[in-house]
Design a protein around this ligand. Structure first.
Ligand code: HEM
Length: 427
């Protein structure tokens, strides 16, 4: 008979409070008590079976995508991302979009964005105040937004970029307001999409994106361009040779923005929050050895993953961790707990980039970008951006913490951010 692993017996609302407000201690207490595999009941989320044994993680990441649905779990984002978003699809439809999106994000291609990323970072750093505390988190948000507009959307400096920036900032602010989140949860994604107020709020951004897509499609220099939108305009479906439609392109641009903007900004903020409290590591970073810069990015994503779990909803019974789990349950490889395994990462709470010079990041033990056919499409892009921005900061400015005490991990919508916004002093 199918059964569930053990887990906290207290009621769902209390488990939700632990998950939302004290995620780290909550997860670690559950692991101490129940082991690597345990069941959680979180409001609105059905039943989650958390996994943190690397062998179980492997099983999920290499399992049949027909049985392990990831798109369903993201339905709440549908009103904003649209029906074609790769994040929301499953099975054949997912694979079709994913195959179109993957080539432009191939690791080796990232070098071409180095100059623009460096230029954006340097301009940003040169505007920082000296001698007075300021928060890095909003500054990193500005950097990653600029990088997306230039490298992903391919917009050049000028009036169009300024207009797009204004519209994007306005829409992102609107979308992350607590009132909007509440509305989303209360009326559900399907009805929200039909609400005129909601459509009106998204209209200016949609107009910009469709305008951008049409103009680029007609651009005689399209073939020479290297930004991601241009590459997607040239992409052709493997089966029938058709190009992506304007609506598909709009939905994927929104997806790349939502998936790539805050995640990368928050990871950069965590890297700096840790580095300013480890001046010896900052000094070594400043020497500019690429392998070390890479190790700093990897260690940050290990110790402070901005997304704590990935989820797959079972469409059929699935065997994992010694259990046969029934359809309808969600299995959740737990990034947070896998990254804190002392058998894989000795002294797991220490910020020690050197560990990634000594051992490579394991496919099922270093999972900040998830895995398998759903692995983050922008992983190489994000690591490359982190490395470029961190190297620029280390070489141009000297940072110290505004307060010696480490910042706590707090939740902001879905990402785990530093509690004081990574507050520093620059000299
Ligand atoms: C440090 C920064 C980032 C982190 C930590 C991160 C993390 C993740 C995670 C955990 C997933 C889910 C994987 C799974 O279910 O197995 C994901 C999916 C995805 N990410 Fe990222 N991401 C980051 C940056 C980016 C960037 C820069 C982009 C693009 C510009 C991007 C685009 C995507 C897309 C399109 C998916 C959906 C893939 C699919 O469903 O097939 N991400 N990301």
């Amino acid at each position: 008979m199918a059964q569930l692993p053990p887990g906290p017996r207290y009621p769902r609302p209390l488990q939700t409070v632990g998950w939302v407000f004290r995620i780290g201690p909550f997860l670690e207490r559950c692991r101490q008590r129940y082991g690597d595999t345990f069941t959680l009941k979180i409001a609105q989320e059905g039943t989650w079976v958390m996994l943190s044994d690397p062998e179980d993680v492997r099983k999920v990441f290499t399992g049949d995508p027909k049985v392990l649905h990831a798109g369903e779990g993201n339905a709440v984002l549908k009103p904003v991302l649209g029906d074609h978003s790769v994040l929301l699809l499953d099975e054949a439809a997912h694979m079709q979009q994913r195959k179109l999106l993957l080539p432009p994000f191939h690791g080796e291609r990232m070098q071409r964005y180095g100059d623009v990323m460096r230029e954006i970072a340097e301009r940003e750093i040169d505007g920082w105040p000296t001698g007075q505390p300021f928060k890095l988190w909003p500054r990193m948000q500005a950097v990653t937004l600029e990088v997306i507009m230039r490298a992903v959307f391919g917009v050049e400096e000028g009036a169009q970029l300024d207009r797009l920036r204004r519209v994007l900032q306005h829409t992102l602010e609107w979308a992350t307001k607590p009132a909007q989140m509440f509305l989303m949860a209360a009326v559900g994604p399907e009805r929200l999409s039909d609400m005129p107020r909601f459509r009106r709020a998204l209209e200016p951004l949609d107009r910009e994106l469709f305008g951008l897509i049409r103009a680029r499609r007609d651009d005689p220099g399209l073939e020479e361009k290297v930004d991601i939108l241009s590459l997607l305009l040239l992409a052709r479906d493997e089966a029938d040779g058709s190009p992506m439609s304007d609506q598909e392109l709009r939905d994927e641009l929104m997806t790349l923005l939502v998936a790539g903007h805050e995640t990368t900004a928050t990871s950069l903020s965590w890297a700096l929050e840790r580095l300013v409290r480890h001046p010896d590591k900052m000094d070594r970073l400043r020497e500019g050895d690429d392998a070390y810069v890479d190790a700093v990015a990897k260690e940050t994503l290990r110790l402070r993953p901005v997304i704590p779990i990935v989820v797959r909803r079972l469409t059929e019974p699935f065997e994992v961790g010694g259990y046969t789990l029934p359809a309808g349950v969600t299995v959740a490889p737990c990034i947070y707990l896998v990254h804190r395994r002392a058998d894989v990462y000795p002294d797991p709470y220490a910020f020690r980039p050197e560990r990634f010079l000594e051992q490579p990041a394991g496919t099922y033990t270093w999972i900040p970008f998830g895995g398998g056919v759903r692995r983050c499409i922008g992983g190489s892009f994000a690591v490359f951006e982190m490395k470029t921005v961190l190297a620029a900061i280390a070489s141009r400015v000297s940072l110290t913490p505004a307060d010696a005490e480490s910042e706590r991990v707090v939740r902001r919508a879905i990402t785990l951010t530093p509690s004081r916004g990574a507050e520093v002093l620059a000299a």
